[in-house]
Structures are given as C-alpha cells and as structure tokens.
Design a protein. Sequence first.
Length: 133
Amino acid sequence: MLKDRPVAVGFPEGARLIRTAVDRPDYQDAYAMELRPGMPRDPAAWTGILRDAFPVTARQDGEVLMDVRTAGLDAWASIVVDEKHVTLCTSVKMNAWRSRLYWGVVKRFHPLMARAMMVRTHRKLALAAQRAA
C-alpha cells in the first residue's frame, strides 16, 4: 500500500513528457505516493517537491516537466498526478567524464533525497487540505 511512504514504481502511463525528454537515458527512476482527499490534482501544485528550484519547461495532461540539468548532466524531472497518485519521475543522461563522476556520487543519495522531498511536500499539502476541509 502506498499511503504516506514513497514507493519505487515504473513511469506511469501519464508520464509522456519525460519519456521523450532524454534520448536513451543512462538512469531513470520513479517514486509514487497515494493522494489523500482534498489534495491538489494539478501537478503544478507539487513542483515544491524540488523546492521550486528548477524551471518548468512543459505541461501536459496531468504532468509537468522540469529541467534539472547540472554539472554536465542532461537531467529532467517530471511530476505526474492522476486520480490516486502523485509520481516523481527522473531521467538522466551523462554527457562527459565530469558528469559520470558527478552522477557516480549523486546517484547514491538520489533515491533517499527524492523520497524525503516527496514526503515533505506530501505532508505539507495534506495539512493544507485538512485545514481547508
């Protein structure tokens, strides 16, 4: 059960933008959480998962795509919201030795950080939904 803990999943059906953002990615992952009643179904409301630090480059049918390129990595994140779940998807392509070195370190912490950021944002939006009810 997904409740209030992110679970590793494959890219959901609605993750169309991120599937086309990176040609032959070197790394992909996705984490999903169940939505509670009253939580926003607009993926733009969830961009705080990444602390609004990265620009939204596209929006389409329940998905927002953000450019998270850094240190030579061609990296993208997508937030997909359907009727039951919010899913954070990541796709990374390494372009040079520097990006491989950087990702070699970052990928060890990436799953932990992605899950922690999802929990933080989920908790914040769940509390706001409770107050509004």
